[in-house]
Design a protein around this ligand. Structure first.
Ligand code: GDP
Ligand code: K
Ligand code: MG
Length: 263
């Protein structure tokens, strides 16, 4: 059986290096339909049943750039079997921001902690995996280290049917639940509900909700904005970073990084 694995990560996390190391010469390069964003896919050289789809480098799943729209449309519409989330471990906090969003898609996630050849921080992998509800594997795409264990996890996770998400505070979770029940049956997912709560214009257009439902949703959103005295996007962003901060405190013993990455 064929496994579809989507390769995601921030720009410069080492995605291309990893993609090349995993696929060797077995690559197909083109463009995403209608846009000039490069599309690359290939099969894992040690197991051709694993199809690796390289997605554009992105910082979040917001609709602010073409890359973000391409990546999230692929993930939501194609629903790959597993996401291989490449993380630049020398920049853990920022990279995990995308990870918290990927966990919301209900697609199993495997986290590849890349750049481990230059990172001296000690990371408790078991704890980190528990925080993220996803397997975490240390790799160096550059030195081709850890790639086999990484792909073993990718294969394992691809068989799973669900992914536990990162959770927001209680009132936000309640609102997500209420919105989910208002959505059309085929789109009653946590991800769609969260995007609706965030007032994501593309998603609202796609869903064309009734006036009554729109009003109900506005009320839910306003209640949260009043409670936290901020706009919804800032509230959700702050909660993601709170989570990441706590996770890092619990899982990472800081040392220095051997040398700064060239830019
Ligand atoms: P992308 O933008 O995510 O596709 O990142 P690239 O694959 O182009 O890598 C960005 C930079 O990071 C390049 O200079 C790579 O050589 C370097 N790089 C990628 N993986 C590793 C790694 O595991 N260790 C180190 N030290 N550098 C890496
Ligand atoms: K980065
Ligand atoms: Mg690249």
């Amino acid at each position: 059986m064929e496994i579809k694995a989507a390769l995601t990560g921030n720009p410069n996390c080492g995605k291309t290096t990893l993609f090349n190391a995993l696929t060797g010469s077995k690559q197909r390069v083109g463009n995403w339909p209608g846009v000039t964003v490069e599309k690359k896919e290939g099969t894992y050289k040690n197991d051709p049943s694993i199809l690796i789809q390289d997605l554009p480098g992105i910082y979040s799943l917001s609709p602010y750039s073409l890359e973000e729209v391409v990546a999230r449309s692929y993930l939501v519409q194609e629903h790959p079997d597993v996401i291989l989330d490449v993380v630049d471990t020398s920049n853990l906090e920022r990279n995990l921001y995308l990870t918290t969003q990927l966990l919301e898609l209900d697609i199993p996630v495997v986290v590849g902690l890349n750049m481990m050849d230059i990172v001296e921080d000690k990371i408790d992998l078991k704890k980190l995996a528990r925080w993220l509800n996803a397997p975490v594997v240390e790799v160096s795409a550059l030195k081709k280290q850890g790639l086999e264990s990484l792909m073993k996890q990718v294969k394992n996770e691809s068989a799973k049917k669900e992914q536990k998400p990162f959770l927001f505070s209680r009132s936000i979770e309640d609102a997500i639940g209420s919105i989910q029940r208002l959505l059309p049956e085929t789109k009653q997912t946590r991800w769609y509900a969260l995007k609706v709560l965030e007032n994501d214009s593309r998603i609202l257009e796609e869903l064309s909700l009734s006036k009554t439902d729109q009003q109900k949703i506005t009320k839910l959103r306003e209640a949260i904005e009043n409670e936290f005295d901020d706009d919804i996007e800032s509230i959700l962003t702050a909660q993601r970073y709170d989570f990441i901060e706590k996770l890092i405190q619990d899982c990472v013993k800081r040392k220095r990084t051997k040398h700064a990455m060239s830019v």
